[in-house]
Design a protein around this ligand. Structure first.
Ligand SMILES: [Zn+2]
Ligand SMILES: [Zn+2]
Length: 348
């Protein structure tokens, strides 16, 4: 079978490899679609990964084609979103079902083979979140992972119906967070500095503001009729967004830190005082919940897609087969194209 494997930094090639054979509890899926995550670009060109060679891709869907355990044969032919974390099941976080905090995890698509291939071997059926609606496309199911991250940010931010929510970063996760806000009856305002990203989100019906506008804060006062922001979702990992978020947050509001920082974060003296005066709350956000306690965000996200309540297909701006995937990676890395979500798909 064909697989896009990373051999070392900047050596990402389409290889002919042995098609895996499932043993024991293992499941073989035929990949339906696999999204290019923002983290995959630096993984290929700058950072590399811990294991070589490895098939990348952790945002994917697939259809069960072979099973190791005959008891699982009823799953053959069923299509699912795939939870990519392989937890150790031994550390304190795993013991309480909080796999995102596992201290010794592997990840399908970064530390073990993932979804940029024709087939992918899963350790067991535990990784499969089945869709119940045949109309839900494999491309859509590849967006379940980013959609759960967006949902998790909204839930950790304690967004309630009627809240004004400011989301920094109008990329796929920001737009998905704004969609969840609307589903829950909250009012999202997306914020970005990239004119193309702003236009893209506006075309999808969102209120979007450019934080570089000199009257940005006045615009937010007007947009919220002076009430300001209940929950800030900071999705860029930058000091400037964090400081603006603190400024626009109303007393007792919540600042949700979602974006990964790349340098030290600085809070100005004025905004530090504002945190105290407004008695703001802060929370960090890491991935999502994949357990019934407190709440399985993966099952809920697939269910909301199956019920046609969460729309994701219009975020896919670029599609590719395996043969052209490296080219698509190069074009994203070289900033030749404006991408919201790009996917490898078998549906073209
Ligand atoms: Zn990702
Ligand atoms: Zn663990």
């Amino acid at each position: 079978m064909k697989a896009m494997r990373l051999h070392k930094i900047n050596e990402f090639t389409l290889d002919q490899v042995e098609k895996p054979v499932p043993k024991g509890d293992e499941i073989l899926v035929k990949v339906g679609a696999c999204g290019i995550c923002g983290s995959d670009i630096p993984r290929v060109y700058e950072l590399g990964t811990k294991v070589y060679p490895v098939t990348l891709g952790h945002e994917y869907s697939g259809t069960v084609v072979e099973v190791g355990n005959p008891e699982d044969s009823n799953l053959i032919g069923r299509t699912a979103a795939i939870y990519p974390v392989v937890p150790c099941n031994e550390c304190p976080s795993c013991k309480i079902g909080q796999y995102a905090q596992c201290s010794n995890y592997r990840n399908l698509g970064s530390r073990t083979d993932g979804g940029f291939a024709e087939y992918c071997l899963l350790p067991s059926k535990w990784h499969l979140v089945f869709s119940q609606n045949e109309e839900t496309s494999k491309d859509d199911l590849a967006l379940v992972e980013p959609a759960t991250v967006a949902l998790h940010a909204i839930r950790k931010g304690e967004v309630l119906g009627g809240n004004q929510v400011m989301i920094f970063g109008a990329g796929p996760i920001g737009i998905l967070a704004a969609r969840w806000c609307k589903l829950f009856g909250a009012h999202p305002i997306l914020v970005d500095i990239n004119p193309q990203a702003i236009a893209f989100a506006k075309e999808r019906g969102f209120v979007v503001r450019n934080s570089l506008d000199s009257d940005f804060v006045e615009q937010i006062i007007e947009e919220t009729k002076g009430k300001m922001i209940d929950v800030v979702i900071e999705g860029t990992g930058t000091s400037s967004a964090l400081n603006l978020g603190i400024e626009c947050c109303k007393p007792y509001g919540m600042i949700t830190l979602l974006g990964n920082p790349h340098t030290d974060t600085t809070i100005t003296l004025n905004e530090h005082s504002n945190i105290l005066r407004k008695e703001l709350k802060f929370t960090g956000v890491w991935n999502n919940y994949y357990n019934d306690l407190p709440f399985n965000e993966w099952e809920y996200t697939v269910q909301m897609m199956d019920e046609n309540k969460l729309k994701v297909s219009d975020l896919i701006t670029h599609r590719s087969d395996l043969e052209h995937l490296k080219e698509l990676f190069d074009r994203i890395y070289n900033k030749e194209i404006n991408v919201c979500k790009a996917v490898y798909t078998t549906e073209i």
